[in-house]
Design a protein around this ligand. Structure first.
Ligand SMILES: [Zn+2]
Length: 166
C-alpha cells in the first residue's frame, strides 16, 4: 500500500546540511539499528518529511531537500539568553556551537545551542539547532501499514502490529 494520512510508515533516514555535500549527517537512523516509525498526519514528523513520504511504498529509496519553513523553521533573532552556569549539568565541558539540555526554572528541559561561554554564565541560543538550514534527507521506506485504532487514538505510531506500546 502507498503511504497516506493515518498510515504508519517505517523508514531509515540520514539527514545532513543540503548546502554541504561532504558534511557529516546530523542524524542517521542506521546507527540506532531500528528504523524510524511514524503515524502520518499527526505532527510526528516535520512537514517536509511527511509530504515526501506521502504516496511512497515499502522498498522505495529517495532523496529530498527540505527548506527551513518545512523543516525546523527560520532562525529567529532575539532568542539569545544569558544563563548562570548552575543551570547546566555539564557547564565545564561546553563550547560554542555545542547543544545541551538546559534545566528550566519550572522543572522542564530545553535543548539549546551554546553561543558564548563566560566566567559565570553561558549565552545560549533558543533556536532549534537545525533552524534556518535546508536539509538533505536520504530515505528508505521499509514498511507501510494501516494504523491500528489505538494508534489513531494516541496520535502516534506503536511498534509491531500497532495495538500496544510493545
Ligand atoms: Zn500510544
Amino acid at each position: 500500500m502507498r503511504a497516506e494520512k493515518n498510515s504508519v510508515v517505517s523508514f531509515h533516514y540520514s539527514v545532513r546540511d543540503a548546502a554541504d555535500a561532504a558534511a557529516e549527517p546530523y542524524d542517521d537512523s542506521h546507527q540506532r539499528g531500528e528504523p524510524m516509525l511514524a503515524l502520518l498526519g499527526h505532527g510526528q514528523l516535520v512537514p517536509g518529511v511527511e509530504k515526501a513520504l506521502t504516496g511512497r511504498e515499502a522498498g522505495e529509496t529517495f532523496t529530498v531537500d527540505i527548506e527551513p519553513a518545512e523543516a525546523y523553521g527560520e532562525r529567529q533573532e532575539g532568542l539569545l539568553q544569558r544563563v548562570p552556569k548552575k543551570y547546566f549539568q555539564d557547564a565545564q565541558k561546553l563550547k560554542p556551537g555545542m547543544t545541551t539540555v538546559l534545566q528550566t526554572k519550572d522543572g522542564g528541559q530545553r535543548l539549546v545551542t551554546v553561543h558564548k561561554v563566560g566566567m559565570t554564565a553561558i549565552d545560549v541560543d533558543h533556536n532549534h539547532p537545525l533552524a534556518g538550514k535546508t536539509l538533505h534527507f536520504e530515505i528508505e521506506v521499509t514498511d507501510v501499514r494501516e494504523a491500528a485504532p489505538e494508534e489513531l487514538q494516541h496520535g502516534h505510531a506503536h511498534p509491531g502490529d500497532g495495538h500496544s506500546h510493545g
